[in-house]
Write a protein that binds this ligand. Structure first.
Ligand code: 5RP
Length: 264
């Protein structure tokens, strides 16, 4: 792996801990003004000091993120669908490699829809993106998106993760599930988990804890942070699990005491 690729990856996954806390705010690319992201600049300002990297689209990056902020950018480069359509899998590449470089992206994120009507297209998009990333030393994060008709079980997620890594993704994002350790074992690239729909903070911390215990290198979490009533306390608690090795019980105690103190 060349120097640029290794250097960019080191900005995403800490070379010291081997772990990562990625803050995901790319939801608007198909969902529109998602709850909590109506004014994304205001949402992320207090969270950025606690995130290792920020995952978002180029539109939000250009319009609300101060270029002086030193957070590695995971740039979403796939899209072309909206929640108004039944089938979200018909994605295309939406950003050229030149623009990704101009935006100083540290990583390129693309969804794949294994088992969907557009499986082949999303997988060949991933392969092409990995070729472009290789040319310029930019790693690719493959998001194993789950269509309505697909189940989030270890068999399906394991298949999708393995295919993503085989096609060249340097990092793979998936969902936590029963038998998650097998999903990680079967994937030669580091795995991060999405948080999914907003759930109770206590449960979200257990989700993060179980994921790293079972082999994930960290989280690419959005709604369970920015839709919490206490987003700063939440990202700090998640960070303590991922980067400091605390348990979910310890992180929950910390979350509660910081929440009570109103610690920003
Ligand atoms: C959407 C995404 C999101 O970034 C991902 O789902 C993470 O966010 P959340 O924790 O809210 O699920 O890739 O396709």
């Amino acid at each position: 792996m060349d120097w640029g690729m290794r250097n960019r990856l080191a900005g995403i996954i800490s070379p010291v801990t081997g772990r990562c806390v990625m803050l995901a705010i790319d939801h608007g690319y198909f969902q529109g003004p998602t709850t909590g992201l109506e004014r994304p600049g205001e949402t992320i300002a207090p969270l950025l000091p606690h995130a290792d990297s920020l995952m978002l689209t180029r539109g939000v990056l250009r319009s609300v993120v101060d270029a002086n902020v030193r957070v590695p950018i995971v740039l979403r480069v796939s899209g072309g669908t909206s929640i108004l359509k039944e089938d979200l899998s018909d994605e295309a590449l939406t950003v050229s490699i030149e623009d990704a470089i101009r935006l100083n992206a540290s990583c390129l994120a693309i969804s794949i829809f294994v088992g969907s009507d557009h499986e082949r297209r999303t997988l060949t998009n991933l392969a092409k993106l990995c070729d472009e990333g290789q040319k310029y030393g930019i790693p690719v994060l493959a998001v194993t998106a789950v269509g309505k008709q697909m189940s989030r079980d270890a068999r399906y997620l394991g298949l999708a993760c393995r295919i993503a890594a085989e096609l060249g993704a340097q990092i793979v994002k998936t969902y936590y599930c029963e038998g998650f350790a097998k999903v990680v074992e079967g994937c030669p690239a580091p795995v991060v988990i999405a948080g999914g729909k907003k759930i109770d903070e206590r449960e979200a911390l257990t989700l993060a804890y179980n994921a790293v215990r079972d082999g994930a290198v960290g989280v690419d979490m959005g709604r369970n942070i920015f839709q919490s009533q206490w987003p700063v306390q939440m990202i700090r608690a998640v960070r303590s699990i991922v980067q400091d090795g605390t348990t979910d019980v310890q992180a929950w105690d910390r979350f509660q005491s910081e929440k009570d103190k109103g610690n920003k």
